[in-house]
Design a protein around this ligand. Structure first.
Ligand code: ARG
Length: 271
């Protein structure tokens, strides 16, 4: 009698623990994603609205887009504010899988890195202090100019005042160019249009203005990979899905309050 009772207790205990463990793993939604590969991503997060620090987290259009693309491709991403130079170095040494930082696809960079298909159209823009006489790109001549080092803003400025001209100050982060403008160290900044407009919007009392110029030609952002990375094909496919299923449009509208022009990106992709 005692023996049977004991047996039954053990049997119940055993099935309970089976049940419990079944409950445990079923309840943990994350357990499936734990075997997803985590990709290490670098960025320079002073480039709002694409990437900026918000309450200790990297936030922005690029972050939302990369998260959506990674989910589509079956990866998790760990996005770190490495800074620009460390991002590029990390990709070259394969310490990083991805660079997501409003990086313009250029022929020169394509020699060292692989890029996804284009995900954003941009162009350079000049930001200057009110009272400085700048109405067109040529007016940059003779002015103190700030750019982020190694960016297309630097290339655009150099196209006007000459390569390595001493009037150009190069800063390692995008935000430092705006600080230099505020402190009067430079009179004009050349940066990407959406970043220029976001800065003006967020700093209504800064007394700054913007000017565009047709001399500045359209450029396109791509997700950056180490040369030869298998991720390129997977993320191109994921981006395509996001273009087709409306997710890209949703993210774009969240950050830019307008409809994206997907045709422009598709055209740029076949160039
Ligand atoms: N689009 C420009 C380039 O590729 C500027 C990018 C700067 N990005 C940043 N997160 N600071 O050169």
């Amino acid at each position: 009698m005692t023996f049977t009772f004991k047996k039954a207790t053990i049997a119940i205990a055993a099935s309970c623990s089976l049940l419990l463990s079944a409950c445990g793993s079923g309840g943990e939604q994350q357990s499936g994603s734990e075997d997803k590969k985590v990709l290490n991503v670098g960025t320079e997060a002073t480039f709002a609205p694409f990437e900026f620090m918000d309450k200790g987290e990297v936030s922005g259009f690029d972050v939302d887009l990369l998260n959506a693309a990674a989910e589509e491709a079956g990866y998790e991403v760990d996005i770190k504010n490495t800074g620009w130079d460390a991002m590029l170095a990390g990709l070259q040494s394969d310490q990083l899988d991805i660079g997501m930082s409003g990086v313009t696809i250029t022929d020169e960079r394509k020699e060292t890195y692989d890029f996804s298909s284009p995900y954003f159209e941009s162009v350079s823009m000049i930001v200057f202090k009110e009272g400085t006489n700048i109405t067109k790109a040529e007016d940059l001549k003779g002015k103190k100019i700030g750019v982020q080092n190694g960016t297309t803003g630097q290339i655009a400025a150099e196209a006007i005042v000459g390569k390595n001209d001493s009037s150009i100050s190069k800063y390692e982060a995008a935000a430092l160019t705006f600080q230099a403008l505020q402190s009067g160290d430079v009179e004009a900044v050349v940066t990407d249009i959406a970043v220029a407009l976001e800065y003006v919007k967020n700093n209504p009392d800064a007394g700054v203005k913007t000017v565009s110029d047709e001399q500045f030609t359209p450029e396109y952002y791509g997700i950056v990979f180490s040369k030869g990375s298998e991720l390129k094909a997977e993320f191109d496919e994921a981006l395509n899905t996001l273009y087709e299923n409306g997710t890209y449009t949703e993210i774009y509208k969240k950050w830019f309050d307008e409809e994206p022009n997907l045709d422009v990106l598709k055209e740029a992709a076949v160039q």
